[in-house]
Ligand binder design. Structure first.
Ligand SMILES: [Zn+2]
Length: 216
């Protein structure tokens, strides 16, 4: 199950390895059920409160290894139909990853190309990377504090909230002329917002976006 593709793989080997990915994704390891617990040992080793939990775990015998079980349908029986669904799932997630990587490259290329001060570029980069010291991020770093926005108190103070969605931020953006004023405020996070804006806005508008975001 761990064999590598190699530098000059044959068509058959490529096909086998693709099928292996489907099997890996759609299966789980199951412990054999040939053995039972030695109750006297369980009683000796575990607290009464844990014994029932321990006994519920099915054991495999020493010479019986775990086996791979198809986990994509109720009867746990491999079928071409369920394997096709798994293959489709793998394909979709890898396509989504590729398209995300392509979008991110575009974001960085456009941001890096803007005629803005390095301080602003650095700020936007930190906002997109979600590493600004907002309350929500500080709480994630185990700082003991209220994650709620200090201005509106309605939502957690995430980067996208404080720079784009908080009523105070919306008031600021409402004052900016052009398409920025009408941009949808429902982005998932600041990087997702940047992905949308680099496609939608002109170079000048993006420049304004970066400068205003940095000044909020
Ligand atoms: Zn707020």
């Amino acid at each position: 199950m761990e064999a590598k593709l190699g530098s000059n793989p044959s068509f058959v080997w490529c096909s086998l390895l693709s099928a292996r990915d489907v099997i890996k994704e759609g299966s789980i390891w199951s412990i054999g059920d040939g053995c039972t617990w030695d109750r006297s040992k369980v009683n000796a080793w575990f607290l009464p409160s844990s014994r029932a939990e321990v006994l519920r775990v099915r054991l495999g015998s020493l010479d019986c290894h775990g086996k791979l079980v198809w986990n994509e349908n109720k009867p746990r029986t491999f079928s071409v139909k369920s394997a096709y669904q798994v293959a489709l799932r793998i394909h979709r997630s890898s396509s989504a990853e590729h398209s995300r990587a392509r979008d991110d490259k575009l974001v960085w290329n456009r941001l890096w190309g803007l005629p803005i001060p390095p301080k602003v570029r650095n700020f936007v980069w930190r906002a997109c990377s979600d590493i600004l010291p907002t309350r929500a991020n500080l709480v994630r770093q185990k700082v003991h504090m209220d994650p709620k926005c200090a201005i509106c108190g309605e939502h957690d103070e995430a980067v996208i909230h404080i720079l784009w969605q908080c009523p105070l931020a919306r008031n600021v953006w409402a004052l900016v002329r052009g398409r920025l004023q009408k941009c949808d405020s429902s982005a998932l996070d600041f990087l997702n917002l940047a992905r949308t804006l680099v496609v939608k806005l002109s170079r000048e508008e993006l420049e304004t976006w970066a400068m205003v975001a940095c000044s909020i």
